[in-house]
Write a protein that binds this ligand. Structure first.
Ligand SMILES: [Zn+2]
Ligand SMILES: [Zn+2]
Length: 173
């Protein structure tokens, strides 16, 4: 926890690493390093975060694990005044900064790093652009070879087809 109301005038810096962080979507990142710098500026706090991590995701087509390197480099103005958010951004010198609102006078650096990492997670990370995915019928990973379901015309049999198939089976009994 960082006491945001008692930051040293020259700023406060934390360089650290975490082995692993669990994310809210159920995925995780590992090998996280970060460099967090907080500089008090009147009532507000300038925030600079640089972080590297590896996202342990899954290919949406074949579900194979996918490691995606993430690089975070963000700057904000942190404010205790919710009214500032209406203005959208703050200018420091020539820089326009996004404003984030501090709900408390303490910052949990781990949560902050985790939140910023979550924002960088790719929504669709394929194991390979050419990934063939899984067979919708037998579940075989087509990247490792095709299955025989291919010969069937309909990948997902309709309710009618299933009913006919069952009828056929019954008649053959
Ligand atoms: Zn894949
Ligand atoms: Zn198949």
């Amino acid at each position: 926890m960082i006491d945001l109301k008692n930051l040293p005038e020259e700023g406060w810096r934390q360089r650290d690493r975490y082995d692993r962080l669990e994310l809210t979507d159920g995925s995780a990142v590992d090998k996280i390093t970060f460099d967090l710098f907080l500089l008090p500026s009147k009532e507000d706090v300038y925030i600079d975060l640089k972080s590297q991590a590896t996202w342990l995701g899954a290919c949406p087509r074949c579900l194979a694990p996918v490691d995606v390197p993430l690089s975070i480099d963000v700057q904000f103005m942190g404010s205790f005044d919710p009214d500032l958010l209406i203005g959208g951004d703050h200018a420091i010198g020539k820089q326009d900064l996004d404003v984030i609102y501090f709900e408390s006078h303490e910052m949990n650096e781990k949560d902050f790093v985790r939140e910023q990492i979550e924002l960088q997670i790719p929504s669709y990370a394929l194991c390979d652009e050419q990934c063939l995915g899984l067979c919708p019928q037998c579940g075989k990973n087509w990247n490792k070879g095709l299955c025989h379901c291919q010969e069937d015309v309909t990948p997902e049999p309709s309710a009618l087809a299933l009913a006919l198939k069952k009828l056929n089976l019954d008649l053959n009994r």
